[in-house]
Design a binder for this molecule. Structure first.
Ligand SMILES: [Fe+2]
Ligand SMILES: [Fe+2]
Length: 192
């Protein structure tokens, strides 16, 4: 099926954020002054948190309903989001520009780079193959609205979440969780 991606398409909006993340991490390489580092880092740290939560609220619940390999992709992604959050929140505990801060930022960057590649090649690709353009656009609008609502406000709970519990909760909502409570990898397709 030929699908033209629109600017509303959630997979396209996620890619836009990923490109922006790469650019902002690269900008940090050229800066040593803590004030200048903060100007680049703070918006980057904020959006890393908001982006992950927006995906968890809006994208992954629908990937779980439609994807071919959605359970495994989602479990991996939530675990990765936790690793990224750990780096971002560790950085917040140190003075910007200190050795410990650079280490934490590096940890967040490595976790994020690895995660984005996987998310792009697996979850996003899976969703494009299985979700119609109308849904992709609707979710894109919700994703953009979520970002607008929380941009720079720091009003979100951005603590780590348990990947298994997250998947189980959504499966319970969809109504496909087997009575023995086990995960059924790849078995949720079209169950909404
Ligand atoms: Fe992402
Ligand atoms: Fe993600």
């Amino acid at each position: 099926m030929a699908v033209s991606t629109t600017t509303d398409d959630i997979t396209s909006l996620i890619l836009d954020d990923h490109d922006w993340f790469r650019r902002q991490f690269a900008r940090l390489d050229d800066i040593t002054d803590p004030t200048e580092l903060a100007k680049v880092w703070q918006p980057l740290a904020d959006l890393l948190d908001v982006h992950a939560r927006a995906e968890e609220e809006i994208f992954y619940p629908h990937l779980l309903r439609r994807g071919d390999d959605a359970e495994e992709e989602t479990l991996d992604a939530i675990g990765d989001h936790n690793d990224i959050r750990d780096g971002v929140h560790e950085a917040a505990r140190h003075p910007i520009g200190s050795e410990a801060w650079f280490e934490a930022v590096h940890k967040a960057r490595m976790a994020n780079s690895e995660h984005m590649a996987e998310e792009e090649d697996e979850g996003l690709a899976d969703f494009r193959r299985n979700a119609d353009p109308g849904l992709r656009a609707e979710l894109g609008r919700r994703f953009a609205e979520f970002k607008r609502r929380h941009a720079g406000v720091r009003d979100l709970d951005v603590s780590d979440i348990d990947p298994q519990e997250y998947v189980e909760e959504i499966e319970a909502e969809i109504g496909t969780r087997p009575s023995d409570g086990s995960l059924r990898i790849g078995s949720l397709k079209d169950k909404d």
